[in-house]
Design a protein around this ligand. Structure first.
Ligand code: UDP
Length: 510
């Protein structure tokens, strides 16, 4: 296990966003959690220090928890390729897919158990009785029994899931349940991801958040984001290098010098050109070709705005470990090339270099801010970060009614949902109405920004964790501080997980 040292950051910077009343409430919660923790640590354990949503989330949240006085720590497991092959298989199973089709039987348990045992041996001596340990995703589930034995208060958080159960999902849970039996609390992203066996009061829902101060989501003036887009070659205009800047994670100033690789014909759009934008990896589940077809139908309705569709994604040639990305990108290029010239010249494919992730984030930020409409036409989605990112920038979003997007957008209030993920006519019609009616877009966008500011930022994420940890410590104390704090101690029946019935009161004193 490796520890990633985290800096401290003052949570007070959220005051400008959420206001002083909310800050007072959160300050009160933080101090009650601190008292309850009484000097104990809150550990997070996952399996990678960089890359992937969990690492990004820990990087952005833990410094604030530390700034609030909590000894929040981050440990990363050490594992080998065989272990990751098993956990990748588990990851696929929880999404309902067979992955490489391997059986998840005894051999897989053996590989998994060896690595988790070694990691537990290296780590358990650092964990004190009463420490809170938040284990993230299937890779860490095998650590739970060892840590519970040490007297730690274990929370297992699963960031993945599927809305409906099938054989693969069941297979995945069967593998994991073995390790999770005594875990007193679970966290899931969506209600429908909670598997039957850890339903019944043991589970909490905590949605992912975005970092409002990261290069991808920090505020930018119009001059700034336009200068960034001109510098990258996405918009035409006079170069203004001095304004093409952003604030890096360490507080230093960054400047955007990268050039986007763009497939386009005809004129470079100006700042006045209405842009319809989808930002995503080149992945079939993000359905970039469907977005293109919906946009073409919008043009068929007789668009007079001169709007342009931009499909934006990471430079597929740069992502060596994603051969699928390169294939999907090629398909998108070919589908576009087969369109008639007058349609083709309204569709641009934008690939952004990933060499500097923060600079890439600043360009994504600028594109989302410049967009008249942001689309997320996913065929499946856990929690669409790009949806929250665009909503936070006050942009109207048109999205498929799938997965977590249903928890993010209230149709007609803070965004628009399609009838279903294949609703091309609905997409065309909604794009047309938003491009023609910017006031509708601004109204939806304002509501969208408010929704994110109230629910999906780091500060609310921390508050939800704080509430859960406070409650668990209280329940544990009520149960008389047992070394192994289990579901039964939470007043839950150990076998069914249902709240236990209180024993009938004796009719008379005995
Ligand atoms: N993203 C990025 N650069 C790109 C394309 C995408 O930084 O060129 C980011 C995007 O802003 C979002 C993340 O990748 O933060 C994708 O997250 P999402 O939940 O939307 O989809 P996922 O890729 O996790 O399925």
């Amino acid at each position: 296990m490796n520890e990633i040292r985290m800096p401290e950051r003052d949570i007070a910077r959220f005051e400008s966003i959420v206001g002083s009343e909310a800050m007072d409430r959160i300050g009160g919660l933080a101090s009650s959690v601190l008292t309850r923790l009484d000097g104990r640590s809150v550990w997070n354990v996952n399996s990678t220090a960089a890359g992937g949503g969990v690492a990004e989330m820990l990087q952005s949240l833990l410094p604030y928890a530390r700034g609030a006085g909590i000894d929040a720590r981050w440990m990363v497991m050490r594992a080998n390729d065989d272990f990751f092959a098993v956990t990748k298989r588990l990851h696929h199973a929880l999404h309902g897919s067979a992955g490489d089709g391997s059986p998840l039987g005894d051999k897989a348990h053996e590989i998994y158990d060896t690595v988790t045992r070694e990691n537990a041996a290296a780590y358990a001596s650092q964990v004190r009785e009463g420490d809170v340990v938040i284990l993230h995703d299937p890779q860490t589930a095998g650590l739970a029994p060892y840590l519970i034995d040490k007297g730690a208060l274990v929370i297992w958080r699963c960031h993945i899931g599927k809305d409906t159960v099938d054989d693969e999902v069941t297979r995945g849970w069967r593998f994991l349940s073995h390790y999770l039996e005594d875990v007193p609390a679970f966290v899931f992203t969506r209600e429908s991801y909670v598997p039957d066996y850890c339903d019944h009061g043991k589970s909490s829902i905590i949605t992912p958040s975005i970092d409002a101060f990261s290069p991808k989501n920090q505020s930018m003036s119009d001059e700034q984001f336009r200068a960034i887009l001109v510098n990258t070659g996405i918009l035409r205009g006079v170069k203004n290098e001095a304004a093409a800047t952003f604030v890096r994670e360490d507080g230093s100033q960054g400047s955007v010098a990268m050039r986007a690789r763009i497939v386009r014909e005809g004129r470079v759009p100006s700042a006045e050109t209405p842009l319809v934008v989808q930002v995503s990896r080149w992945d079939p589940l993000k359905d970039p070709i469907g977005v293109m077809r919906g946009f073409v139908r919008m043009l068929d309705l007789g668009d007079e705005s001169g709007s342009v569709l931009m499909l934006v994604g990471p430079d597929a040639s740069a992502v060596a470990d994603d051969p699928e990305g390169a294939r999907v990108y090629r398909e998108v290029v070919e589908t576009r090339a087969a369109l008639p010239p007058h349609v083709r010249c309204r569709i641009q494919l934008v690939s952004l270099p990933m060499t500097d992730v923060q600079e890439n984030g600043a360009v994504v930020n600028a594109i989302q801010r410049q967009a008249s409409v942001v689309v997320q036409k996913s065929l499946m989605e856990g929690f669409g970060l790009t949806v929250t990112e665009a909503m936070w920038k006050g942009r109207p979003v048109v999205a498929s009614p799938v997965g977590g997007i249903l928890d993010q957008i209230d149709h007609g209030r803070n965004g628009l949902l399609l009838q279903d993920a294949h609703d091309l006519d609905g997409l065309a019609e909604k794009l047309a109405s938003l491009v023609a009616n910017p006031r509708l877009g601004s109204w939806l966008g304002e509501n969208a920004r408010r929704r994110v500011g109230n629910e999906f930022l780091g500060i609310q994420h921390l508050a939800k964790y704080g509430g859960l940890i406070g409650q668990l410590i209280e329940e544990r104390e009520r149960a008389g501080n047992p070394r192994r704090f289990t579901a039964a101690d939470r007043g839950l029946d150990a076998t069914t997980g249902h709240p236990s019935l209180a024993p009938p009161a004796a009719p008379f004193a005995v």
